[in-house]
Design a protein. Structure first.
Length: 535
């Protein structure tokens, strides 16, 4: 039974909470905070600081190996040590979660109606027409268009932003008192991020919920939080009203987080720099086939008539929302996807080259992917991962190859003694440095960077941006830099391409595009990115 008699009493009070796993040092130490109805409390810190462990402790969603001490009190009910009946009543009913990656939280085999309906049936007992009406109402609330027509769709049929909206609808299904949002905007575009934040704020106001918002992005906290708790090493090192913490941060770690934003501009491109890559009317269309004979009935037009050029020591930022064609354009340029049009690299038309003729050019065009967790093989040592390209190209063998790997690891800021370790032994930022080393070991001329900082903490983002600048200046590298983080793009890019629905809708010198965007779409992107950080 919910006790709402005292409107000023906290919904949730965490007192002296500590969490340890096995014999390891505590992941959370002596954490205390509270949340009231209609209030947004932010829990801020870098990866491994204990934010998510604290949140999961509230309703005992941690594994059995977790040793939890202290108190978590939900409206007079103690959750630490509570029986399963109490935990089931509170989970998803009174306290709901929205997690970071909706594709891992949604069942790919179940329709939208079945997934939301399951939660409603479990907690509210609604089924049939009543449940269906409730689902449609929830989807309307979170901004899913034509909800009646989409009830039979599966998660893969929705965009990233739509999937996050569906997760929010599921969390709201049973009218919770408290919504815990764990990095709900990390993997989405700036425009979608702004929409999700606006949606959460509106729903919180209309539903009267408390909101615990977990993030590493202080720009978001500045936008939505009433109070802030900053975590480092499992402890809350600073807390207080958001305005006060931002205006006068007292703890050095808070000051460090607030200062952790990519700044400055790239060094000017040297005069007389050599042209490396030129595309003319590059097109990547995917055929849509139907019937027994797989007849082509149409095309998915992923990239249309892309024309641009890039030279030594130059960075072109490619921006746009998910599905705009950014990555497809890069994969087409790299000849990793079939395309039409002209691709000229180092003065040679590479569009029609067969693989055996293209192979020698591969060492001059390399790629760094978004997710350093997924792009590094867990079965290979760091030496094997970085040396793979050298082996394929037959550049070096034996001790000479090992020296090259050790040298490039040192150059990207890692210790050469780490050669025999495996990816799981490194942090996210270190893994991205390894991915950069793998690309750089071949001494390429052009590097495609596909969202290389989006999965990283803010302080690590700054380090990676500085590293990329240093490597570019030293080796005259050209970068195609794909990102939805426009602050990072501005810090690195000489020119910017803006993509929408497969088209380059605007391109030009970076500062001109950022300061004086010409198209309505570019203006909308800039407003979403910089209004968010400047609030």
């Amino acid at each position: 039974m919910r006790d709402h008699d005292n409107k000023d009493a906290p919904i949730l009070t965490i007192d002296n909470l500590s969490v340890a796993f096995g014999a390891n040092s505590p992941a959370v130490r002596n954490v205390s905070l509270d949340i009231r109805a209609g209030e947004t409390v932010a829990l801020v810190g870098e990866s491994g600081s204990g934010k998510s462990v604290t949140a999961l402790s509230t309703v005992k969603l941690l594994p059995d190996s977790a040793h939890i001490t202290g108190s978590v009190n939900y409206r007079g009910t103690e959750m630490i040590g509570a029986d399963q009946k109490t935990l089931r009543r509170v989970r998803g009913n009174d306290i709901s979660f929205v997690f970071q990656e909706p594709m891992t939280s949604l069942n790919p085999l179940h329709t939208l109606e079945k997934q939301i309906g399951e939660s409603i049936a479990l907690h509210s007992g609604l089924t049939g027409a009543a449940a269906r009406a409730r689902i449609i109402d929830l989807l309307n609330k979170v901004g899913i268009r034509d909800p009646e027509g989409r009830l039979g769709n599966y998660p893969h049929q929705f965009s990233g932003g739509q999937r996050q909206r569906i997760m929010i609808a599921m969390a709201l299904a049973n009218g919770p008192d408290l919504l815990i949002a764990d990095e709900p905007t990390t993997a989405v575009d700036v425009t979608i991020q702004a929409q999700i934040l606006e949606l959460l704020a509106g729903l919180q106001k209309s539903e009267g919920m408390g909101l615990l918002f977990i993030t590493h992005d202080l720009a978001i906290v500045r936008k939505i939080a009433d109070r802030v708790n900053v975590m480092q090493g499992g402890e809350i090192v600073e807390s207080g009203p958001a305005a006060k913490v931002f205006a006068n941060p007292r703890h050095p770690y808070t000051q460090k987080l607030l200062a952790a934003e990519p700044r400055g501009r790239p060094d000017p491109v040297p005069k007389g720099s050599k042209l490396l890559l030129k595309t003319e009317n590059l097109r990547v269309w995917f055929p849509v086939r139907r019937g027994i004979f797989r007849k082509t009935i149409g095309h998915i037009k992923a990239v249309n008539d892309a024309t641009f050029e890039i030279g030594e020591s130059e960075t072109i930022g490619i921006v746009g929302e998910s599905g705009s064609g950014k990555t497809t354009l890069a994969l087409g340029v790299m000849r990793l996807l079939s395309s039409e049009g002209r691709i000229e690299f180092l003065g040679q038309d590479v569009h029609g080259l067969r693989n055996r003729h293209l192979k020698p050019l591969r060492k001059d065009m390399q790629m760094v992917f978004q997710d350093p967790y997924g792009s590094l093989s867990p079965r290979l040592t760091i030496e094997q991962i970085v040396a793979e390209g050298l082996e394929v190209q037959g550049v070096h063998k034996g001790d000479a190859m090992r020296r090259m790997v050790a040298d490039i690891l040192t150059e990207v800021g890692l210790d050469a003694s780490m050669l025999n370790r495996y990816p799981h032994e490194f942090s996210g930022g270190q893994r991205q440095r390894i991915a950069i080393a793998r690309a750089m070991v071949l001494k390429p001329r052009l590097v495609v960077l596909d969202e290389p900082t989006s999965a990283l903490d803010m302080t690590v983002q700054v380090q990676i941006v500085d590293l990329l600048r240093d490597l570019q200046n030293k080796y005259k590298l050209a970068y195609l830099f794909i990102s939805h983080d426009l602050k990072v793009v501005r810090a690195l890019s000489h020119k910017v391409l803006v993509m929408k629905d497969g088209d380059i809708v605007e391109q030009g010198v970076g500062d001109k595009v950022f300061d004086h965007p010409e198209t309505d779409y570019t203006k909308r992107l800039m407003k979403a990115a910089f209004d968010l950080s400047d609030v």
